[in-house]
Design a protein around this ligand. Sequence first.
Ligand code: ZN
Length: 874
Amino acid sequence: MFYSFKKTSFLFLALLFSTSIIAQDDYWQQHVDYTINVKLNDVDNVINADMTLVYTNNSKVELNELYFHLWPNAYRDRSSALTQQLLEEGNTSLYFATEVERGYIDGISFKVGGANASHELDNKHIDIAKLILPEPLPPGEKVTITTPFMVKIPSSKFSRLGQKNESFQLTQWYPKPAVYDKKGWHAYPYLNQGEFFSEFGKFTVNITVPSKYIVAATGVLQNKDELEWLNLIANKSEKSTFIKKDNSEFKTLTYIQDNVHDFAWFASKDFNVGKEVFALPGTDREITAWTFFPDTERDLWKEATTYAKDGVIHYSRYVGEYPYDVVTAVHAPLSAGAGMEYPTITVIGNSGAANVLETVIVHEVGHNWFYGILGSNEREHAWMDEGVNTYYEATYYIKRDKYPNDNLNENLMSTVPIVSKLFDTDRLNYMELYKYLYTIVGSSGYSQQANMRGDNFGSANYGLVVYMKVGALLYELKNYLGEEAFNNCMKEYYSEYKFKHPYPEDMQKVFERTSGEDLDWFFKDVLNTKEDVDYKIKGIKKYDDRTIVKVKNNSNLSVPVSITQYHQDKIVNEEYAKGFVGDSILVIKLIDGADRIMIANKGAIDINEKDNHIRTKGIFKKWNKINFKFIGYPERSDRSTIFYTPAIDYNYYDKMSLGASFYNSFLQTKKFEYVITPMYGFGSNELIGRVYTNYNFIFKSSKIQSVVLDAELDYFNYSKNKLELEAGNPTTEYQKYLRVNPSVEVNFRKKKFRSSINESLVLENKSIHKNKFNYDVINGIYKEVDVWNHLYNLSYNYSNKRVLDPYEILFSSEFSEEHSKLSATFSQSFTYGKSPGEFSFRIFTGVFIFDDSELNDYRFRLSGWQGKNDYAFD
Ligand SMILES: [Zn+2]
């Protein structure tokens, strides 16, 4: 019986095993092996090359065509997607580039299996081509494709492929097949914001350069003499002298790398060379770290090989073993971000400080795992490389061998003590800083969902959401699963998908299988919405030995909720409950001495943590201690913080006035915000000032983005009474005004997030109270007169703030008891010529419905209003 039971279970296991084999069999990917011979012409900034690639069709279908990326064409003319994206970001450099600065790829003439084959450029994108195969390529078959090509290298000032002062950055430089997978072809135009997706294979690249150049490239250098020479000049404290034994004009260097999906190379006469050979812990392998940098970076880069080494060790330990024999970091001109990753080699721009350089090198080296080895589709799911990589970049600084302190200041901010002092950052670790930075956009209503195409993000959101939010979310997922379980998930993901193209659903499957947890809340919900979790504690009640915490979830995200018990700000217990939406109760056992409970500080990012606290005793259980802070800092959620700064103002009548501003929000958006600025005017010797409050209604999904209720109160002196001055009356008073300015501002949602069109409607009341001192001729005395003037204004603004030909339309109507007027303004600028010239015009039309004022106080004026004439005190 026992035996047979075992037998059945064995059978069952075998069944399971075979289904998993079937599942594995289902996965396929294309394979491309490249051999490229390329020669650099450093006078004309051109490379000439010929390429042979062997393409294996591992799909289940016959292929009649192959899509290729011809990405140097992104720099060819104004029609390219790159030019358009840069324009969207206000960058006109490529749009107005000269012929000399531009770049392109030419001379392509494909042969497939020796026979001529035609290709056609994509209708929309000049950097995508379709190669028509002379004969269909059946499943399982391979075909050899050859072509010559030349690339005119553009200036470095646009993006990643470029040259500047005889320094060459050859990235995305050759015709490359787009990925074809179970979801079809992935042919994309080149973009600055929006990365890559390519097929794995083996690269053999023979690079011919003038002999004085030093080359850094993907893969392992094969030339012994060149290696010997590099060893000779490496790690020298003085600039290397580039005298070679033979004086040949050119040298040809061969680099080979298997299991990668791209190849980049860099050449410069000014490179210094750093080298460090290190053992990879837990293996018997040795890896060589190379660095290449100009003289100007010598000081900063003296430890750079160590940063690359430490990065490789960190990722190997927590994700999976580094499979390559070299890791290289190059300093070169770069106009897209602080650094850029390519297989085994990363390029770093100017970083300015050693800890920034270390961070960037570790981050870019880390992309060998998230982009390189786990070759996810970066264009469609940018978070899979950037977000996950940011998690590891941050954890490099959190409680690791090299950085044992969980403290941002010691690990990162030591070079800028003033920043850490001002912002009180020693409370935070690296990941908590990223979480805080994300909440700046998260609280504003302008966040975007993380799992989305890279080019759909606003420029700031690309960093704040794709990198920081996802990094912080993974940190919270690690808290929820526990560090060991999380690490196991990632290691499993690595070993199952290395040298493959995982999608988010693949990552979820591995994480769920390894952790035994349902993680839909994370992969399906949190990553696919711009909404953030918002739990809130409503109350607390004790029943015998149990405590009931009443909780409400204001969001639609049912994510696990953590319950943390504190004793004098030290955690004494932490547990998780299942997520829910709306109201619920959590039943907990209160630990002896626990004086405070906080919910949802771990697991996901709770966008408003201020209402997540409650004390276990006392009357005002939700009352927080008040905290005064200078200027601003990442707020503590268990404090009510009042920020302050000194305030200085000057007007003709109050003269110099000094005071302070007190406010409740710093960078983050709050529902209710205030700024109170009491001041003392030294000219008038009076208390004056300003109170500003607003209430923000942020809508999650409607045509309206936000409605802001505003109220401003100003109290200043505006004029001396002239008569009184003439009379030389010693009891001179100043005329004062009190302006009450409530308004409602409706901001309409943009049709596309990256659109430059803004639309808003503002209804405003300005009630101005003046106390005038009028001279009473009959009685010969000054009489104080109270004057109230109520102005109402309704305006509609539509503007397109695009960088070329921006325009703006403004309709405005204003009325008071004395007048009513309407106006319309249209302004437009035209950008013309090859170098940007601008021609602007403005059309204004206004009409009075009626005007009962004595002195035409409300007439339209060309110039702005001044002093006493400024009836609205704007
Ligand atoms: Zn990155």
